[in-house]
Design a protein around this ligand. Structure first.
Ligand code: MRU
Length: 353
C-alpha cells in the first residue's frame, strides 16, 4: 500500500468551470460523454439557466458557477461601494439562488458573495472577483485534503460502490467521493470500483465512468437496481457518495437512490461514507425533514437519450434527491476531518465553531 500524497497531475484532467475574465465557460454536462463542448455564459441569467438545466451540476460546482454569475451581474452596475452595489445586485442574486433548491452550496456561495460585498469599499468589483476565485480554489483544496482522510478508512483490497457523479465535473476539480476513490485506488486500498447508472439523468453512466476512464481507473457500471444484489455477492465493502446538504443532525441529502443504497448497505453489513466539503454542511437545517427536495420534469423518466420509451399518457413522479438518515451513515468526511456515526452533538462539535 502506498500512503504517499497523490500525484494530482496524474488524475483529474477535467475542469467543468472556466473563468476567462470575460465570460464563464461551462463544460456542458448534458452532452457528455460524446460531445465535449463548453457553453459560454455572458450574464448572470445565462448562469442561472445553466444551473437549472444541468449544463453545470453537482453541489460545489453550482455554488462556484453562481459566484461567477454574481461577477457577471456586476458588469451592468455602477456603485460607489459594496453595499450600494449589493442593493442593485440583489435581484440577480435571488434569481441565481432560485435555480435549484436542494444543494446548500448554491445559497452558501451566494451568501459569501453578499458578505464580501457588504464589507467592500470602492474596490467592490475586484473584491467580488477575488471572492469567486477563492470559493473555487478552496473547493479544490478541500477535495485534495478529503481524499486521504476518506481513503484511510478503507481496508486494502476493498470494493466500493458509488452513486451519481461526485468527481471533477461536480466540483472545482478532483471531486469529493470520487476523489476518495481516486486516492483509494492509487493507494491499493480500493481494488474494484462500481458505479450506479443514476437514473434518470444518468450521472453515473454518462459522467462518472467517463471521468474514471480519463484517469485509467477501471470501473464497472451497474444498473441502479443491481446494487443490493452486488452487495450480496461480497464484491463491495463500502458505499462512498457525495452530498448536497448535510443537516445539523447528520441527515444527508444526495442524489435520488442514495437512501436505498444506505439501507441495503446496512442490511449487508457494509460501510457507508459521505464525502463533502464543509460548505455542504448546513447547521441551519435541523434534519432531513426540513430539506426541500427538488422535483424535476417527469418527462426525464419518459425516455433515454432522447428516445421515448414510455407510452403516452403515463403519470410519473421525479424527485431527484433523497435523504439518508444519519443513523445509516458510518462516516462523514469533510476537509475538517471525519465525523464517525454522526449525531447532532458530534456535528456541532465539528462544525459549530
Ligand atoms: O442533480 P445533480 O447531478 O446536481 O446531483 C448531484 C449529486 O447528487 C452529487 O452527489 C452531489 O451534488 C455531490 S457532488 C460532489
Amino acid at each position: 500500500m502506498n500512503d504517499a500524497r497523490l500525484d494530482f497531475d496524474r488524475y483529474d484532467h477535467v475542469r467543468p468551470i472556466l473563468w476567462t475574465g470575460e465570460a464563464l465557460q461551462l463544460l456542458d454536462q448534458r452532452r457528455l460523454p460524446f460531445v465535449v463542448e463548453h457553453v459560454a455564459c455572458a450574464d448572470s441569467d445565462a448562469v442561472a439557466r445553466a444551473i437549472r438545466d444541468l449544463a453545470v451540476r453537482g453541489a460545489p460546482a453550482i455554488g462556484i458557477a453562481a459566484a461567477w454569475g454574481v461577477v457577471l451581474a456586476a458588469r451592468g452596475v455602477e456603485a460607489a461601494d459594496g453595499p450600494a452595489a449589493l442593493a442593485q445586485l440583489e435581484p440577480a442574486l435571488q434569481r441565481l439562488n432560485a435555480a435549484r433548491p436542494t444543494a446548500v452550496n448554491l445559497a452558501w456561495a451566494l451568501a459569501r458573495m453578499r458578505r464580501g460585498l457588504a464589507g467592500a469599499g470602492a474596490d467592490w468589483r475586484q473584491r467580488l472577483e477575488r471572492e469567486a476565485q477563492a470559493i473555487a480554489d478552496e473547493d479544490l483544496a478541500a477535495n485534495r485534503r478529503m481524499d486521504m482522510l476518506g481513503a484511510a478508512l478503507i481496508a486494502p483490497g476493498s470494493g466500493v460502490l458509488t452513486h451519481c457523479n461526485t468527481g471533477s465535473l461536480a466540483t472545482a476539480g478532483f471531486g469529493t467521493a470520487l476523489g476518495v476513490i481516486r486516492a483509494g485506488v492509487a493507494q491499493g486500498r480500493i481494488a474494484r470500483v462500481y458505479a450506479g447508472e443514476t437514473r434518470p439523468w444518468l450521472q453515473g453512466a454518462r459522467l462518472t465512468v467517463w471521468e474514471l476512464q480519463q484517469d485509467g481507473i477501471p470501473a464497472t457500471l451497474i444498473a441502479d437496481s443491481a446494487a443490493a444484489h452486488l452487495m450480496k455477492t461480497g464484491a463491495v465493502q463500502w458505499v462512498v457518495v457525495g452530498a448536497d446538504r448535510i443537516c445539523a443532525n447528520g441527515d444527508t441529502a444526495n442524489k435520488i437512490g442514495t437512501y436505498q443504497l444506505a439501507i441495503a448497505a446496512r442490511h449487508h453489513g457494509l460501510k457507508f461514507m459521505v464525502v463533502a466539503p464543509s460548505s455542504t454542511v448546513d447547521l441551519d437545517t435541523p434534519d432531513g425533514e426540513a430539506i426541500e427536495i427538488e422535483q424535476r420534469d417527469p418527462g426525464e423518466l419518459f425516455g433515454v437519450g432522447g428516445v421515448r420509451t414510455v407510452a403516452e399518457g403515463i403519470a410519473a413522479w421525479n424527485p431527484v434527491f433523497d435523504v439518508t438518515p444519519a443513523g445509516l451513515i458510518d462516516a462523514i468526511v469533510t476537509e475538517k476531518g471525519v465525523v464517525g456515526q454522526p449525531t447532532a452533538e458530534k456535528m456541532r462539535a465539528a462544525f459549530g465553531g
